[in-house]
Structure formats: C-alpha cells, structure tokens
Design a binder for this molecule. Structure first.
Ligand SMILES: Nc1ncnc2c1ncn2[C@@H]1O[C@H](COP(=O)(O)OP(=O)(O)O)[C@@H](O)[C@H]1O
Ligand SMILES: [Mg+2]
Length: 364
C-alpha cells in the first residue's frame, strides 16, 4: 500500500495542503505544535474515517471553518484508487471512494506506532487489550462489530448486577444476559486466540532477528475464562458460563462482571519468564518493536498487502540501533511516515520534509 498523493482542506491547523510523499520512507521533521502529528492523523483519517487520538470528529475541523476535506489517492496491488472524506461542523460525514465502498476493508487500517505503544509490555493490561481490540482484531471482518456488541451487553449486565444487589431485581433476570455475554465473549476470545497464534510465531522470529540474540520471545493469551487449551468457540462458551456461575457471589458484591475478554490480558515472555516483571528496558522495547512488526506481517497475511506505517515520535524514545533496525525492517516492504522533533539531522534514516506552522517544506 502506498499513498500517491494526499490533499487537505481545513484539517486541524492545515488550511490547504497537497503532498506527494516519497513511495518509501518519509521523515517529517519540525518543532513542537507545528503540525506533525496532525499530518499523520490526516493520513489515518483519510483511510479510516476516524482519528487515532480523538472520538470527537469536530475537533478535526480547522477552527473557524465549518468543514474539512481529506482526499487520498493510494495504490495497492498495482491498482490506484481515490478516497475523499468530507466532514461538516454539523457532524455529517461523507465518504466517496472509487470502486466499491471500502472503508471497512482491513488493509485500509494503517499501522500506527506511538510512544504509548512502548509501554505495551510494561504498562497495564488496558494497553494490551486496546492493541488487540483496535489494531489486531479489526483484521478479522466482524471483530469490531461483535466487540461493540459485547461492550453493550457488558454494560447492561453490570447495571443488572447492581440492581440485584440493591434487591430491585431477582437473580433469574441475569440469565439471558449471561447467555449473551458468554456467546459473544466466546466468539471474541476464539478470534483473539486465533490471531495470536499467527502473531506469536512472527514475534518469536522477528525478536531474534532484531534483538540479534538467541533469546526466545513468547506471546500467549491469558484469559479470565479457564480455557485450558480450548480454543473452540463452543467450548469457550461453556466454560464462560461455568465461570460466571462460579464467581456470581463476588460479582454481586462488586457489582461488576469479573470474567470475560474485557478482563483478559497477554502474557509476553522471554525464555519463558514474564517480560513485564523481569525484562530489562531494552528487552521490553525490542519486544514492542517485534509485536508491531509482527502486526505488519499479520496485516499482509490477512489483507493481502502491507498497510502504510505511521510512526509518531517514537524515534526520540528509541536508541539509534533500534531506530535503524525498525526502519531497515520496513524499508522495501511498505511506505512509512515518521515524525520527529530531533535536532540532529544526521540521526535520521533518510531525507526529510519539514513542517512549520502547518506548511510543508522540502528538506530537513
Ligand atoms: N481544529 C484545529 N484547528 C486549528 N488548529 C488546531 C486544531 N487542532 C489542533 N490545532 C493546532 O495543532 C497544534 C498541534 O499540532 P500537532 O500536529 O499535534 O503538533 P506536533 O507537531 O507537535 O505533532 C496545536 O497546538 C493546535 O494549535
Ligand atoms: Mg506530535
């Protein structure tokens, strides 16, 4: 996948921009608040119709304007296509694409990498679940739809638990919600397990390539439902129901659903040891790179092409050796956009454009 050109009108601080990026590596340099992340956001928006940093579409419209427009012309598998997204201040969003409507197609999802991702191993399970749900899951058609459903059922079930606690309702009222939660939850868990099986092989091989060591990286799904090696949806469903009845009393006390994909986690290891507790900072960062690059491979496997890659400000957080490994890995595979505020131009792995006050200039 590669962007041939992108054109913006009234997107964030950009009044107008027309840009034909380099087919491979694009370094976007510039000081703080000049529009670097905004440009990546525009690219992401041009493909997906949403932002990676806000749910409020209106924030994307330039202050004082009543619409914004993003057009991307991209090429995938030797075919060129155009996509235009128009957003108005009233909240109306119009998507026009050459060919069939494609905004749900998984290869339309650019791979994004921010300093937040660098906390993926060390940080809380929320970060790992967010990665699964927002970046890995959508590679399976249907995942996002069922994930939203699950959130709704979960919310309702929690409300019921609270009502049962205050004795406004009987326990039986919970039964249909248990069924739904377990059915949808089992589907999500089965999906995640399948996706992770593919990812973990890639993580292991990429980790040893970029880490240059014989350490073995591992990636396993850690569920609050007692899976014990089952990965079939039906069996997971059964175990989910059993789990719910086991923890009913504690759920009632807490007024919360205590098991299910919303509580699950990933276990990331080096030579079998928990990387979160025992990994050095260097090992943890190399692992995160391996996870993101494995994601790149999985995207290609499932969607037929490498997605474009957006690296927002990760350079300042990586040492020179890891920067080079990262860029070398992607070079020749896909088009990459890297923002950086680094002053030392010798540290950059390619030619740069500079962003100043939401205008692009050639050269670093
Ligand atoms: N809707 C908007 N309209 C105009 N300017 C905006 C809008 N949203 C954000 N900005 C401007 O964009 C700046 C941040 O740009 P950003 O791309 O995040 O900076 P950086 O170059 O540090 O990544 C903010 O300081 C703000 O002035
Ligand atoms: Mg930024």
């Amino acid at each position: 996948m590669r962007i041939v050109h992108i054109s913006l009108e009234n997107f964030r601080g950009y009044d107008r921009l027309f840009w034909q990026p380099h087919p491979r590596i694009n370094i976007i340099a510039g000081g703080n608040a000049q529009g670097k992340t905004n440009l990546l956001e525009a690219i992401f928006f041009g493909f997906t119709g949403r932002s990676f940093r806000t749910h409020r579409d209106k924030d994307l419209i330039r202050w004082g304007s009543n619409y914004c427009r993003v057009e991307v012309k991209f090429e995938s598998n030797q075919q060129e296509e155009n996509k235009i997204i128009l957003l108005t201040a009233t909240g109306k969003k119009q998507v026009k694409s050459g060919g069939q409507p494609d905004e749900k197609s998984p290869f339309m999802l650019p791979l994004i990498f921010t300093p937040d991702h660098l906390l993926m191993i060390k940080g809380s399970p929320v970060l790992r679940r967010r990665w699964l749900d927002l970046e890995i899951g959508p590679l399976e058609p249907g995942y996002t739809f069922w994930w939203h459903r699950y959130q709704r059922v979960l919310l309702n079930r929690n409300k019921l638990l609270q009502k049962i606690k205050t004795e406004q309702l009987k326990q039986e009222e919970l039964e249909p919600w248990n069924q739904q939660l377990a059915a949808i939850g089992a589907r999500i868990i089965a999906w995640r397990c399948r996706l992770l099986a593919g990812l973990s092989t890639a993580v292991r091989s990429i980790y040893s390539q970029i880490g240059g060591s014989d350490e073995k990286a591992g990636l396993v799904y850690l569920s609050t439902v007692q899976l014990e090696r089952t990965t079939g949806e039906k069996e997971i469903y059964q175990r989910f129901l059993e789990g719910l009845s086991r923890c009913y009393t504690s759920e009632l006390v807490r007024g919360q659903t205590l098991i299910g994909p919303h509580r699950d986690d990933l276990f990331v290891s080096i030579n079998g040891q928990d990387a979160r507790r025992f990994g050095s900072q260097g090992q943890q960062r190399t692992l995160v790179l391996a996870l993101k690059l494995a994601q790149l491979e999985l995207s290609r496997q499932l969607a037929g092409d490498y997605p474009i890659v957006l690296l927002d400000d990760v350079f300042s957080e990586l040492d020179q050796k890891r920067r080079l490994k990262l860029v070398e890995y992607m070079r020749g595979k896909t088009q990459v956009f890297i923002t950086t505020s680094t002053e030392d131009k010798n540290d950059l792995p390619g030619p740069a454009v500079t962003v100043r006050e939401h205008k692009l200039y050639k050269g670093g």
